[in-house]
Design a protein around this ligand. Sequence first.
Ligand code: NAG
Ligand code: NAG
Ligand code: NAG
Ligand code: NAG
Ligand code: NAG
Ligand code: NAG
Ligand code: NAG
Ligand code: NAG
Ligand code: NAG
Length: 829
Amino acid sequence: MVSFFLTLSSLFFFLCFFVHGSSAVDTISGDFTLSGDQTIVSSGGTFEMGFFKPGASSNFYIGMWYKQLSQTILWVANRDKPVSDKNTSVLKISDGNLILLDGNNQTPVWSTGLNSSTSSSVSALEAVLRDDGNLVLRSGGNGSSANVLWESFDHPGNTWLPGVKIRLDKRTGKSQRLTSWKSSEDPSPGLFSLELDESTAYKILWNGSNEYWSSGPWNPQTRIFDWVPEMRLNYIYNFSFFSNSTESYFTYSIYNHMNVSRFVMDVSGQIKQFSWLEANKQWNLFWSQPRQQCQVYKYCGSFGICSEKAEPFCRCPQGFSTKSQKDWDLKDYSAGCVRNTELQCSRGDVNQFFPLSNMKLANNSEVLTQTSLSICASTCQRDCSCKAYAHNEGSNQCLIWAKDVLNLEQLEEDNSEGNTLYLRLAPSDIPNGSSGKSNKAMIFGAVIGSLGVIVLVLLVVILILRYRRRKRMRGEKGDGTLAAFSYRELQNATKSFSDKLGGGGFGSVFKGALPDSSDIAVKRLEGISQGEKQFRTEVVTIGTIQHVNLVRLRGFCSEGNKKLLVYDYMPNGSLDSHLFFNQAEEKIVLGWKLRFQIALGTARGLAYLHDECRDCIIHCDIKPENILLDSQFCPKVADFGLAKLVGRDFSRVLTTMRGTRGYLAPEWISGVAITAKADVYSYGMMLFEIVSGRRNTEQSEDEKVRFFPSWAATILTKDGDIRSLLDPRLEGDAVVDIEELTRACRVACWCIQDEESHRPAMSQVVQILEGVLEVNVPPFPRSIQALVDTDEAMVFFTESSSSSSHNSSQKHSHSSSSSKKTTNNNSSA
Ligand SMILES: *[C@@H]1O[C@H](CO)[C@@H](O)[C@H](O)[C@H]1NC(C)=O
Ligand SMILES: *[C@@H]1O[C@H](CO)[C@@H](O)[C@H](O)[C@H]1NC(C)=O
Ligand SMILES: *[C@@H]1O[C@H](CO)[C@@H](O)[C@H](O)[C@H]1NC(C)=O
Ligand SMILES: *[C@@H]1O[C@H](CO)[C@@H](O)[C@H](O)[C@H]1NC(C)=O
Ligand SMILES: *[C@@H]1O[C@H](CO)[C@@H](O)[C@H](O)[C@H]1NC(C)=O
Ligand SMILES: *[C@@H]1O[C@H](CO)[C@@H](O)[C@H](O)[C@H]1NC(C)=O
Ligand SMILES: *[C@@H]1O[C@H](CO)[C@@H](O)[C@H](O)[C@H]1NC(C)=O
Ligand SMILES: *[C@@H]1O[C@H](CO)[C@@H](O)[C@H](O)[C@H]1NC(C)=O
Ligand SMILES: *[C@@H]1O[C@H](CO)[C@@H](O)[C@H](O)[C@H]1NC(C)=O
């Protein structure tokens, strides 16, 4: 019995010791060193430090990560000096420094680099991992006499944690910058860095010299950077800027310590901000700059071609191969492309030129003005050192590259900025049958020769297509499924995409007509990275979502990269064109009854998307441009469900959101998970526009009405004259129902409340508009107050109204995270 008791107590003791031993150590000191799998953990349990191995690399580094997320490396000590064996390598206090000794010969590979003759005299030296992620080398215990000799916050890597200062030392000119990793498996300093400059602006540099993004200067009045207006809608971070004659720095803290966030200078050359979504257990990217991958300087290296369309963003042109395929696989494209066959200049002009069309040209060329294309071509042909040429017809300029071609970008076919670049290649690299300049005649002959054959083949193809189409159209009527169109059919239907109805983040929309003479709208999708099967599954899902207030998807086309969606054509266009027009356009003003019906119909369509589809579909881009009107002016919500096709890429969504900010709920900017309530917010903003007949974001001559929703909220909360909110063009409208107007304005104001939980659900909005539910006087929404407090807020919003008309269609849908009521109704019925 006694022995049993002893065993039990020693076991208990052992457990206590074990638990204590593994959780309490946050300090490396004289007798405690780090090697193998040992780690130290900050006292609050947030950060952990030890050896790690990035990805498939065989190298070990000393790194710091979140205790709960060992994949997220925040800081690396020996960035460019890895060790090969963690068991024999050791991190310890020695000679007045924290040093890392390599296993084999115990040579120091990394050190805190203090002058050992001064620091070794200090007593009780220790390295402590603090709970803010700062590794501190200090002396004298943690009493008041503690003396910090070195801290990792002064040596940031690629990650900017709260409390880290991005600093410029004005006396030495030395800047403390963030530097990207070289690749996803190599933490050594890469080519991209973020630093502060003398003019108080942040800039991102390539190789410490070429700037390709700047935040604009810090504005002490508004406390934002001039070119980052979205900072205004931030409620999470307390940014602060400090400057005196010796130094300036920028740092931030987080108001609520539950919010985990970090900024990273990414291997993509973009500065990215992530926040942790506990509900989804994942990092959520919600801000990055520069917005477009191809804006990153020399991202694809020499001769590499960048394209925003889909990953990988870089490729090599005809006749070139990647210089280092291994690096490309790790997303380090900086080495660029090399020729398959070297140019042979000495043996006369045997090189030929290969055309690359729709290129946005690099700007490192020599420019000859007032030169025709033929002179441009012959100038380049004569001089073998000329690597490439291009001719700009508008300016009649000839561009000649004697050096490597950099920053080439592949543009969409219909982008007017595109130009043809002629690239000099060795003859063996010119593909057989393509139009190299010097074999034009041969090509011509070949074309004539094969014309007969082509005509024959075409005839056969057309006959087959006709047959298949007839068959399909019968099928469509029979079982109501989506029609699968061929690209050629849609090309014919749209007269080669000649009648463009609009464009946007997802792609351009063209008008067309089917052989049965029904009108269609064809959306040519861009940037679809999904596989064939997944694409079809998603499209079929969208096809089953049918409601009288949603635009109907009729069919699709999927041939390789060509992905198109076919919708019913809406003869009355989008709502914005009926609300916002100037007097010169002689349009009929929508009457109040019609406006109210449009508001109600739109609410019904959205309520259906949120509640009644199998998965809750969040539209994410509600604005008048996305509400289409059929011949009876019945409203139909357009462009729902498309975000899933592009994938969950938040930064991509935000890219196009720039033009839509006037309708964005605050949670989009603060980075929390987006729910259906984000649509409710946008709907409220739009409802105010339906009432007032003008953009919320427009400057008004009337000083009081600087930002309409704020003015309306004032009237509503202070019991002012509701009629004054109405579109002045409706003044003579006798049928304006004050009861309806009040309901519409009140519900709009409820929709734009800051707290998601204070906003009604879309189904409640419907009931309120129908008069089934009563609606109380709304409170004043706090964030719109913040938006009108300063003039800068108006600047922020003006941008959206000027660009939103070009930008109609990017949205993002989450289907599962915000599960609403789900029903098993097959909604296609
Ligand atoms: C390091 O030691 C652990 C166990 O202590 C062992 O499993 C591992 O194989 C060792 N690693 C090397 C590289 O020797
Ligand atoms: C280190 O400190 C000693 C004593 O203060 C000084 O003489 C020496 O020059 C310093 N060495 C370096 C490299 O700064
Ligand atoms: C160090 O500080 C912590 C809290 O500040 C305190 O609980 C602890 O006793 C101190 N340790 C020593 C050795 O002074
Ligand atoms: C970066 O700049 C340094 C000189 O500052 C130069 O030696 C190096 O070659 C450059 N790197 C690349 C990839 O061009
Ligand atoms: C924001 O940070 C500054 C500087 O660190 C501090 O003085 C201020 O109190 C902070 N504001 C809030 C609301 O926490
Ligand atoms: C500038 O501020 C730093 C600390 O914030 C201080 O150490 C330094 O003395 C200041 N310089 C001047 C000239 O006031
Ligand atoms: C910040 O913390 C609050 C309170 O815990 C939470 O509601 C919110 O979702 C968090 N935001 C982010 C971006 O994590
Ligand atoms: C080329 O780009 C650099 C930096 O992006 C810019 O400063 C320069 O003006 C550009 N040159 C031309 C000719 O556009
Ligand atoms: C062109 O054809 C020749 C022989 O038919 C072949 O050797 C060569 O590799 C081809 N070139 C390309 C770029 O396909």
